[in-house]
Every structure is written in structure tokens, then in C-alpha cells.
Design a protein around this ligand. Structure first.
Ligand code: 9WO
Length: 245
């Protein structure tokens, strides 16, 4: 999958895209048994500065809002030109996504849907937002929100979406199956996760549950399922509504 991001703050992305699973997903896949067997990364990231597409020598891309009010609005032209230029860099059709509090709420089923696509192009607004006319002209474009709060820009939501999608790509994760056992994954019955424990068995006079050390895997699975259900009922009963399972 190719992932493009258009932003006024490209420097925000280096740490996130250069760490952990997102970093590993962008590295070539090598086969220790056959050093000649080198495959393409499962993901490629291309972060573009919208200022590179300003049409003036000051690289200015924003103007005061028509109608007044505080703050600046990103102009249509740099956004439109950047999308055209970046889309032409690769043959695969890009699904356009705008990160905005006005978008559809992001859920795990949407993440799974996006993970099937060959290419995502994310636009992160900043300041007061982007001129509505270019959003209209970019149709079809998916407007997505990662939560009901206002941030200073769409960059952190773009990184959130990249993280959620890339960890699902085949080969991106250490353990191939673990992504599909997660809370909210379709096969996982939309429960919260069960609690986790590790060594030492006793810490500060608190014992890990005996069942987890019993070696009885059927019993362990049943305990985890019951704990997941109990925590979901207690903390997020909304997730169980209309769900007969
Ligand atoms: C500011 C504002 C102030 C009062 C009432 C509503 C308001 N909405 C906004 C607003 O949307 N500001 C944006 C800041 C402009 C464009 C980028 N910004 C942004 C994106 N903030 N938060 C997001 C975002 C994106 C996706 N998911 C959650 C939040």
C-alpha cells in the first residue's frame, strides 16, 4: 500500500512513521534463508508539504476567512495542485481522505475496509480549515473523524489512521494473527480486551490469576472471554447493545 499525506507540518510525521511497526512495514522484507529473496515493503509513506505547491515566492498557502473571524483558511489552489501532482506519481488509484471533526467517525470496520486498498491519500488541514470548494472539487473524498474533539490540525488523526491501517497489512505485524484477535475486529465479537499479566507471579503482594498459570488452554480461553465480556459490560455497555452474542 502507498500512503500519501499532504500537510503544512511534514516534520510531525518522522517520529511516528520511523518507529515500531510503521517503520518495519516500510522496510524491505528479507528472507534469512535466502539472502537473494528481497521483497517490497508492505507500505510506503510519502509526506508532502503543501507549501511546495504555493504559487507565490513566499510559499503562502492561507488567507483570512471570508466573513471574518479569527485564523486563516488554506486556499484551494495549493491543495488541488498538490493532489494532482502527488496522484500522478503512481499508477494506483488513490482513495482520498480528509481528516476532519466533521467526518464520519472512524471505526475498526472502516479501518479494515481501508486496509484492502492499494493507495490512500490523506489531507491534514490546519488553522481554521480548508476552503470548502476544493473539498467539493476533490469528490469522491472520504471525510473521517478520529474522535469528537478539536485539535490544532489533522496531522495526529492522519497518523492515527495510518497506524490503525498499516498494522493490519499482511506481513506488517510480528505475529500474523494477533491483529485479528483485537478488540473491535470483526471476528472478535467487538469486545474490549481482557487483562494481561506477566512475571513476576506475585508483585506487591498481588498475585496473577492462577488459571493463567494452569497450563489448561481451554480454561484460559474461557477465562479471558469472560473477563473481556465483564469489562465490556462494565466500561462500554454501548458496544454490546443490539449484539445478541
Ligand atoms: C474548530 C472549531 C471551533 C469551534 C467549533 C467547531 C470547530 N471546528 C474546528 C475545526 O474543525 N478546526 C480544524 C482544526 C480545522 C482543520 C484541522 N483541524 C482539526 C482536525 N482539528 N481536529 C481535527 C480532527 C480531525 C479528525 N478527527 C478528529 C479531529
Amino acid at each position: 500500500m502507498r500512503i500519501d499525506v499532504l500537510t503544512l507540518f511534514p516534520e510531525m510525521f518522522a517520529g511516528v512513521l520511523g518507529s515500531s511497526i510503521l517503520k518495519r512495514a516500510a522496510e524491505p522484507i528479507t528472507n534469512p534463508a535466502d539472502p537473494d529473496d528481497v521483497r517490497s515493503p508492505v507500505a510506503n509513506y510519502h509526506v508532502t508539504n503543501l507549501r511546495d505547491y504555493a504559487d507565490n515566492k513566499h510559499q503562502k498557502v492561507d488567507q483570512p476567512s471570508f466573513g471574518g473571524g479569527p485564523g486563516m483558511v488554506i486556499q484551494c489552489q495549493p491543495v488541488w495542485d498538490a493532489v494532482q501532482a502527488v496522484e500522478a506519481m503512481d499508477d494506483r488509484p488513490a482513495t482520498r481522505i480528509l481528516l476532519t471533526p466533521q467526518g464520519e467517525p472512524l471505526t475498526q470496520p472502516i479501518v479494515e475496509e481501508l486496509a484492502q486498498l492499494p493507495r490512500l491519500l490523506m489531507i491534514a488541514g490546519h488553522y481554521e480549515g480548508i476552503d470548502e470548494r476544493v473539498i467539493e472539487k476533490l469528490a469522491p473524498i472520504r471525510e473521517i473523524s478520529v474522535g469528537d474533539y478539536v485539535l490544532s490540525g489533522g496531522e495526529l488523526p492522519a497518523m492515527t489512521l495510518i497506524d490503525a491501517v498499516v498494522r493490519l497489512l499482511p506481513g506488517a505485524l510480528g505475529h500474523q494473527d494477533s491483529a485479528h484477535q483485537d478488540s473491535f475486529s470483526p471476528g472478535a465479537k467487538r469486545l474490549l480486551d481482557h487483562p494481561h499479566y506477566t512475571r513476576p507471579r506475585t508483585w506487591e503482594e498481588m498475585d496473577a490469576p492462577d488459571v493463567l498459570l494452569s497450563g489448561n488452554h481451554a480454561k484460559i480461553e474461557a477465562w479471558r472471554e469472560a473477563e473481556a465480556r465483564r469489562r465490556t459490560e462494565e466500561r462500554r455497555p454501548d458496544l454490546l447493545d443490539n449484539d445478541p452474542t
